[in-house]
Design a protein around this ligand. Sequence first.
Ligand SMILES: [Zn+2]
Length: 406
Amino acid sequence: MRKIDTRNFSRATRTTPKEINRQIVLNLVREQQPISRADLARRMGVARGMVTPLVNELLEEGLIYEGSTGNPPRGRKPALLHVRAHDRLALAVDVRFSQTHVMLCDFSGRMIALERFATPLVPDALVAEIALRIRRMLGDHRGAGECRGIGLVVPGMVDRRTGRLVHAPTLGWRDVDLGGALAAELEMEVHTERDAIACALAQMWLGPKQGSAQDSFVYLTVSDGVGAGVVVNGAVVRGHRDAAGEFGHIPLALDGPLCSCGAHGCLEAYTSTTATVARYLGRELVSRQSYADVRETGLTVDDIVSRARSGDAAALAAVEASGRYLAVGIVAIVNALNPARIIVGGELVAAWDLISPLVHEVMEQRALTAGAAATPVIPELADEQTRLRGAAALVVAPVYAAPAIG
Ligand SMILES: [Zn+2]
């Protein structure tokens, strides 16, 4: 899904395919709302007569509505156009190793209801639990609007053609059709996406600034797993077989701790929640069992961060070590892709004030140009919301995206 470039007006001409002009109008209303028809025509650089039928079509389809009137100094008050979001609903599901969250929201990402539960470790049981929660939610909020689909965010690689979950290292699942099973169970459309890409989509489509159509950035999630959603020129980079962006598995050492992927020394094996907890406890990650043992302790990164703040030297050392490894991973991304900015989400971000100086230090040492060293690295604290907004964006974005052409 590519963003429509509403600033590239040369595309809005009489010979531009109608489908594209319609999407330009829809996106201009979305970005500039409330907006008048005259203002739309002016921004598109076309006569008002060309805009009117497109607006009428969008009104008929219920994608936009006429709301409050403008207040010009003189003359007739024009009706202003808004995107219709409040009664068009999406279901957002975020599956993580530890917990699964289910949210009902509207097309602007506004939350209506939220439920969370411990993720069952068997796919069938997870599908049944999600279906149960969704049925109850839709029942409780009947009349809030029409639900247009389910966005399912998973901690692993997804085959874009089939929607199947190819491999979720933290869950130990391979080739599971979660989306298909959920769609069959609820008779609704399900869009499945890898977590880090969903977070990038949330920035693109439901973020505070919504970025420009030519935006290039990386969303790095540092949680039970570590991964990146890469956006170049307003489009997600997926790679030849949909497996691009797995920066969590770049090797920092040829040996080193065992990673969830089965290799040793990956960025994830040094910076994941389990890696930070294991470091604090003085344990080594050498087997699947050692991962299970660390989780068994119930200790979280949040616990370790608050211990670090209250003077526990071992906790501070563990957090700083994770931060330093993370910084090396960040600078590798900067050198490889030179994005406009890197956004970091995940539990470790709670300690950003402790980590940030290390990140800057490593950037200064290892970035290859002064410009690259100055790449903004932005912590995002409300990471849980981003993943859910990303799930919602899977349902919302196709409505606003550029039509697939060529
Ligand atoms: Zn790995």
